[in-house]
Design a protein around this ligand. Structure first.
Ligand code: TXA
Ligand code: MG
Length: 317
């Protein structure tokens, strides 16, 4: 298979729109940008399209996919029994980086949901993601565009290195604006439960709905409540250690490790000069959450690219 790569301006052409639509409707896969991370898209009602996603990502079959919709028009076709607070969340954060897990209707095929009776829905705000949904007029499942277990892709070059000639189409959206995944919230209960932390914080959800709880980790023998918490995820190829604590202690600890090991350091602008190694990557100012979020996955990818497998990466927190 030879991958076709399209840019934003290509998406204005009628033949490109037709190609994207036909490719998805035929059960093939298209990687497209969203405001959070790139996603590998497949037509939600096509078993072939969904199987293709699991296969190309190497994803365990009990880890369900998120369904992306253009707007809320068809929400009640796929979901039911909404709690009273759901509309408030929708009004506040859709389109945007929030996935809501609902009870599903019979229309939703079980091959999307890994055997669960719930479905995760997201309405993305990214212009190109919206264009793809608008061209196709069908629900599109899209997990993050990375090989299962590894850091998500937030740059075209990362998508290309993982998936060239493994999917039919890749759409170039440049760097992902947010760079962290959507927050996954279970809205089937009286109180919302955050299953996967993401760009929308617990406080942001609480501001709209009142009390919110965080899901606890799941055990291996359970059907995953928040599958992203069961499987290894976001892991670069090197040995990653997260070092947190008082700033000076963290700097000293990492400096000490550097005397006996070959290491890379992911840190903030304010601390990058504390480390003498070729592999220091600053993800932005410690005071700029947005900048830091958008560079985190890029830093993990850059580190694994620059270091050998058995070297250590320290993530300064
Ligand atoms: O920002 C995002 O959400 C990106 C972009 C492409 O939209 N997508 C994404 O999908 O991160 P994925 O598949 O990599 O992560 C979705 C997470 C997984 O941890 C999955 O287990 C969980 O959401 N999930 C999906 N459906 C679920 C359900 N019905 N119940 C519980 N967890 C669910
Ligand atoms: Mg993922």
């Amino acid at each position: 298979m030879k991958t076709r790569i399209y840019t934003k301006s290509d998406l204005l052409k009628q033949e490109v729109k037709e190609d994207i639509k036909n490719t998805l409707l035929q059960g093939k896969n298209v990687i497209f940008p969203t405001e959070t991370v790139y996603g590998i898209g497949g037509y939600a009602l096509s078993e072939k399209g969904i199987k293709g996603i699991y296969q190309v990502k190497g994803r365990p079959s009990d880890n369900p996919l998120i369904m992306h919709l253009e707007n809320t028009d068809d929400l009640m076709k796929y979901t039911k029994n909404h709690q009273p607070y759901v509309q408030k969340l929708i009004d506040a954060y859709w389109p945007g980086p929030m996935t809501l897990v609902f009870e599903m209707t019979d229309v939703v095929p079980s091959f999307i949901t890994g055997g669960l009776s719930t479905i995760g829905i997201r309405i993305p705000s990214n212009e190109l993601a919206q264009t793809v949904l608008n061209i196709c007029k069908v629900p599109i499942c899209a997990p993050s565009a990375n090989i299962s277990g590894t850091p998500s892709s937030t740059l075209l070059k990362h998508v290309i290195s993982d998936f060239t000639d493994r999917v039919d189409i890749i759409i170039d959206g440049g760097k992902s604006e947010i760079g962290l995944e959507s927050t996954v919230i279970d809205v089937t209960k009286e109180t919302p439960v955050i299953l996967r932390p993401g760009f929308i914080t617990k406080q942001m959800v609480e501001a709209v709905t009142g009390p919110v709880s965080m899901s606890s980790n799941v055990r291996d023998d359970e059907i995953p409540k928040a599958p992203g918490m069961k499987y290894k995820h976001y892991a670069p190829k090197g040995n990653l250690t997260i070092v947190s604590g008082d700033d000076l202690d963290v700097v000293k600890y990492i400096q000490k490790q550097m005397t006996s090991r070959s290491v890379g350091v992911i840190t903030f602008d304010e601390y990058k000069d504390c480390f003498e190694t070729d592999y220091v990557y600053s993800i932005g100012s410690i005071n700029n959450d947005q900048e830091v979020a958008s560079n985190l996955f890029i830093a993990l990818r850059e580190m694994e690219h620059n270091l050998y497998k058995n070297e250590y990466i320290f993530l300064f927190c």
